[in-house]
Design a binder for this molecule. Structure first.
Ligand code: NOJ
Length: 552
């Protein structure tokens, strides 16, 4: 093997090539024995994260909250939910993580607050037209008596997006009824969020994941949406009354100046927008990065994934941003299950709709391991979701009585929602909650989690955890020196690309065994078969020069 390359990229900012590990704190590790994950549990597991080799963690909202939407209903942006700990413990966590070489990103939720937030309580207690109501979207209803909502907008979680208050006015909530939308035309709202950013930057956090970054502004006249338009899928409509409005960019430019004044801090956007518009969010004076949903949504298909990689890379390059790669998070079905479903399955609705017996668990697991080698070998940042390094499946059969996601009730119990990817992690193979807590976990763990525990996988050479550890270590040494990538044509069923350092990733997405180009094998997601690549298997290899042709 040739000598380890020196970084050649002059844009060496840490976040450009970071492995960011998402902590859904409620389900990560419980330190105080109440069955709910918390900061002390997370602090105790920092050595695990350091061993895994991640560069940063992103912690889902940890603020005081009634948890009607898993903490995305924030009561106080400058404090910590007592279920999770205290501000003092948060400070200690940030310091200890950084001492372990791990940066800390936190979640900021600017589109809406909790209905228990002081501002919303003040607004409710004030008459119509009072300035406290202007921080939110309060409107009179339509019809002679104002009994019809101001527009036909629907909530993302189902049902109308307007709720009538006891004095007859209506307020807007694009998500749960307990999450009133803030009015970003209001300058007090803008000032407040800049001050919140500074509050956390002063405490040393390295950056922010910005929730619903595309949602802040609403068309002032609240126009109805044409009948038949899918209200919850912003990517289908370019001129939408509440998604991806141009005014959002002014806000993020201001935020960027705040972050820049602190030095090496970053922010990543959760922006579900039309791919052509995504680059606007990552211009050099706005977000540093934006999650790449096309990659997450792609089917297990070599051509499709190659196209998504090429397009995502090109788009990011256009604005000199670094691309991101994400396969799972707390909102979507875990990819080891997703990849086991037949092509074209609407996994948002499965298994409520469609037969249960179509799931191919083994194929899903094989593909998820191969996908790890894709995610971790692409130029840019890899965002991992807790438990994917253990190969955890979606728990799609949680008892209905356990379901906590507002989607379940608001959809009239037709969509189960997102609890199946939020089940507490198995740290050991025994005990009442598999090492997650000394008490019963807040969501039940399936029996199958026992065999997937972190402690058992830690000592198994061939485990998914060992695969992730090795991949992250190799990535660190060999794959982040530059951001170059070139697709290689090895046939319609094979995804293949070469990085600037001469390392290639080759993935067999077909059903027949495939030959491999010449090179030294660095890592495989499953054993090779006589030197050839079995289906659903990925390999990293250091290519022997001039053995392959690139596609143009
Ligand atoms: C996106 C978050 O990831 C999701 O969990 C939440 O329900 C919505 N935004 C509303 O905040």
């Amino acid at each position: 093997m040739s000598e380890k390359p020196e970084p050649v990229n002059d844009k060496n900012a840490w976040w450009r090539s970071a492995v960011v590990y998402q902590i859904y704190i409620r389900s990560f590790a419980d330190g105080n024995g109440d069955g709910i994950g918390d900061i002390s549990g997370l602090r105790a597991r920092l050595p695990y994260l350091a061993d895994l080799g991640v560069d940063a963690i992103w912690i889902n909202p940890w603020y005081p909250s009634p948890l009607h939407d898993g903490g995305y209903d924030v009561v106080d942006y400058r404090d910590i939910n007592p279920l999770y700990g205290t501000l003092g413990e948060a400070d200690q966590l940030v310091k200890e993580a950084q001492d372990n070489g791990i940066k800390v990103l936190i979640d900021i939720v600017p589109n809406h607050t909790s209905n228990l937030h002081r501002w919303f309580q003040e607004a409710l207690a004030s008459p119509a037209g009072h300035p406290t109501r202007d921080r939110y979207h309060f409107r009179d209803g339509r019809g002679m008596d104002g009994s019809a909502p101001p527009s036909n907008w629907l909530s993302v979680f189902g049902g109308p997006a307007w709720e009538q208050t006891s004095d007859g006015q209506w307020y807007l909530h694009l998500f749960d009824v307990s999450q009133p939308d803030l009015n970003w035309e209001n300058f007090e709202v803008r000032r407040e969020f800049e001050s919140i950013l500074r509050f956390w930057l002063d405490r040393g956090v390295d950056g922010f994941r910005v929730d619903v970054a595309h949602g802040l502004f609403k068309a002032p006249a609240y126009p109805d949406i044409a009948e038949g338009g899918d209200l919850s899928v912003p990517r289908q409509q370019l001129d939408h009354p509440f998604w991806d409005r141009d005014e959002v960019h002014e806000i993020y430019r201001r935020w960027r100046t705040v972050l820049d004044s602190y030095g090496d801090r970053m922010m990543v956007a959760e922006a579900w927008v039309h791919p052509d518009r995504l680059t606007l969010y990552i211009r050099d004076d706005e977000f540093h990065q934006s999650f790449n949903w096309d990659f997450l949504a792609a089917e297990w298909d070599a051509k499709e994934i190659a196209r998504v990689i090429a397009e995502s890379y090109e788009r990011a390059c256009k604005v000199e941003a670094s691309p991101t790669w994400v396969l799972s998070n707390h909102d979507v079905m875990r990819h080891s299950t997703r990849y086991g479903l037949p092509r074209g399955t609407d996994w948002h609705r499965w298994p409520m709709e469609g037969p249960h017996d179509v799931l191919d668990v083994a194929a899903g697991c094989r593909r998820a391991r191969a996908a790890a080698l894709i995610t971790l070998s692409l130029p840019g940042s890899a965002y991992l979701y807790q438990g994917e390094e253990l190969g955890l499946p979606e728990v799609w059969d949680l008892p209905e009585s356990a379901l906590d996601d507002p989607t379940w009730e608001r959809s009239g119990q037709t969509i189960r929602g997102r609890d199946g990817c939020r089940v507490p992690l198995p740290w050991s193979s025994e005990g009442p909650s598999l090492g997650f807590s000394s008490a019963e976990p807040w969501l039940p763990q399936p029996a199958a989690f026992a065999d997937l525990s972190a402690s058992s996988q830690s000592v198994e050479e061939e485990s998914t955890l060992s695969l992730y550890r090795r991949a992250i270590a190799i990535r660190q040494d060999w794959l982040i020196a530059d951001e170059e990538i070139e697709l290689i044509d090895l046939g319609p069923d094979t995804l293949a690309y070469r990085r600037g350092t001469g390392i290639a990733c080759v993935v067999n997405m077909g059903s027949d065994i495939q030959p491999l180009p010449d090179g030294e094998i660095l890592l495989t997601s499953a054993p090779l078969n006589g030197g050839e690549l079995p289906p659903d298997t990925a390999v990293w290899l250091s290519l022997t020069p001039s053995t392959t042709n690139s596609t143009d």
